[in-house]
Design a protein. Structure first.
Length: 539
């Protein structure tokens, strides 16, 4: 076109540039627009809009606003598309407040009359940032004004409401669409089905799916994936297989994500043979498993402690042209540490870094846990200090791993120091962290300190659970402090907690040696379940 004489009008160039940008070739489109400018070809408002959109899609909205200034200098008036593009660009860069500010300014100055696409962009931005209630208010303004909302705007709000677990409000909006004669499409139904499934309202979700079919709307791969995921979360693997069969029968091709979801379900239940069957079925349909497919299977095998099978799949990745990601390495590292293969885990960690994959927060958590469980507590502490000095994220889980390890190793001074350091790190111990410390203190006979921590725990807003009570009561019984134990037993029973299986055997052992102590017998009667074997011994 550039070589043609005379040159084609700019509208012809725009017809080539527009589709190029819609296909995602933003850099190429900008390069060609730059060429037009270099050759002195006069661009128009449509060319500017294409260029602004390209910059926005490349997360360079500032360049988009720079072009807006150039546009003014050239004597062009920006239109509703220009500002809608910039609003979308701000939202893509997580600058929704600025997008809303620009929208309000346009409304106030009446410089541009917003259309349904611009309203839709703001509604989308509000829903993305969790401001769904404001999005509903804007929808109401549209309903009462001259620019009526379309299916896309309603879908955006319904999806936002469902994600915010406001499914009843989403259903009301769904009904309103019907009353106002606004077409409800596959996206509308899928969003609602997803919302209902997330609440566990399986019957209602199935009813919505049937209504969708009766309305002549064909479910797409996303709809089926939502149903599949819901079945798996409910542990209904037969129903999940049924969803896949219906999907194929209706001519909707499952994608890799669909098969991955089904595989993950079987792996979570430990049914690795079934997961492999799904993997093979995916390959037979001509689909290429991705790194997530392999990671799901590797993780499944590691959870079943079948490390050799997991490693076989891990080593197959390069042959399949796939590169393991953080999730893949994390699954393998966890499995090797759990199996006690410390050396192999260390080598794999070195391989991970050599491959240019930076360990994430989960990786370090696995390393800390693995080092501690394999008796390398000092190395775990060194790693922990390295993480601190490098400014890596240290959450309560990682602190708890170390606290637990030092408590079990009866190094209470170190465990106590780490625990007391939590407040300076602005971290709140959770019930597991408190339980670890209380158990550690009880094991070395520091019952008074354990009881103080137990009281402090509740005062700080962390309520004790059945493990907390079982731990501290066992500590008191072990030292024959029956009065203190009795008080805690009564409090425990009032809160609806009962003895666990581990404590049952401990109490029966104590009963056999100290059964003549009347106060101890009274404690055990209240502490033990009525149908327990220990109760028969007491009676």
């Amino acid at each position: 076109m550039i070589q043609m004489r005379p040159l084609p009008p700019i509208s012809h160039f725009n017809k080539a540039l527009g589709p190029l940008s819609k296909l995602g070739h933003y850099g190429i489109a900008l390069s060609l627009i730059g060429k037009l400018h270099f050759l002195g070809i006069q661009v128009d408002i449509f060319t500017f809009n294409i260029a602004i959109n390209c910059y926005c899609r490349l997360n360079q909205v500032d360049f988009g606003f720079s072009l807006l200034g150039t546009l003014f200098k050239r004597g062009y008036a920006p239109d509703v598309t220009t500002f809608t593009t910039l609003i979308n660009g701000l939202i893509l860069q997580d600058k929704t407040p600025q997008a809303v500010g620009l929208f309000k300014k346009l409304m106030r100055t009446r410089e541009i009359e917003p259309n349904v696409v611009m309203y839709g962009a703001i509604v989308n931005g509000l829903c993305r940032t969790g401001n769904t209630v404001r999005a509903v208010s804007l929808l109401t303004i549209m309903e009462e004004g001259s620019c009526k909302p379309n299916t896309i705007v309603y879908n955006t709000v319904i999806d936002g409401l469902c994600k915010d677990r406001m499914v009843d409000d989403a259903m009301k909006l769904f009904s309103k669409m019907n009353e106002q004669g606004i077409h409800r499409d596959v996206v509308t139904y899928t969003s609602l089905i997803h919302g209902l499934c997330n609440f566990g309202w399986w019957k209602e979700a199935t009813g919505m799916f049937i209504e969708m079919l009766d309305s002549g709307i064909a479910p797409d791969v996303h709809t089926y994936s939502v149903l599949l995921d819901a079945c798996i979360k409910e542990g209904k693997m037969k129903e999940a297989e049924g969803v896949l069969e219906v999907m194929i029968q209706r001519g909707v091709d499952p994608n890799v994500v669909t098969y991955n979801t089904l595989m993950d379900g079987y792996c979570l239940q430990g049914h690795m043979d079934e997961a492999i069957k799904v993997f093979n079925a995916m390959v037979e349909r001509g689909l290429h498993p991705d790194v997530f497919s392999y990671t799901i299977l590797i993780n499944g095998y590691c959870k079943k402690m079948k490390i050799d099978e997991a490693m076989h799949l891990f080593r197959a990745l390069p042959r399949r042209g796939l590169k393991p990601n953080n999730g893949t390495f994390n699954a393998m590292l966890w499995g090797l540490f759990q199996k006690g293969r410390f050396g192999a885990a260390q080598k794999l960690f070195d391989d991970m870094q050599a491959a240019g994959i930076n360990p994430d927060s989960q990786t370090y958590g696995i390393l800390l846990d693995g080092l501690c469980k394999n008796g390398h507590i000092s190395e775990a502490l060194s790693l922990f200090h390295m993480m601190e000095s490098n400014g890596l994220h240290l959450d309560i889980v990682k602190y708890s791993i170390l606290i637990d390890a030092f408590c079990k190793d009866k190094k209470l001074d170190i465990a106590r120091a780490i625990f007391n350091n939590l407040s300076s790190k602005r971290l709140q111990p959770n019930v597991k962290t408190y339980n670890m410390m209380i158990q550690g203190l009880c094991k070395v006979g520091l019952l008074h300190e354990a009881k103080e921590l137990f009281v402090k725990m509740e005062q700080s807003g962390c309520l004790p659970n059945d493990v907390t009570y079982n731990t501290i009561i066992r500590g008191f019984i072990g030292q024959h402090k029956c009065y203190e134990a009795l008080i805690l037993v009564e409090e425990m029973v009032q809160r609806g907690f009962s003895v666990d299986a581990a404590n049952s055997s401990v109490i029966i052992d104590i009963l056999s040696t100290k059964g003549q102590d009347p106060s101890l017998r009274e404690v055990i009667k209240k502490f033990m379940p009525k149908d327990s074997h220990g109760m028969h011994d007491i009676e």
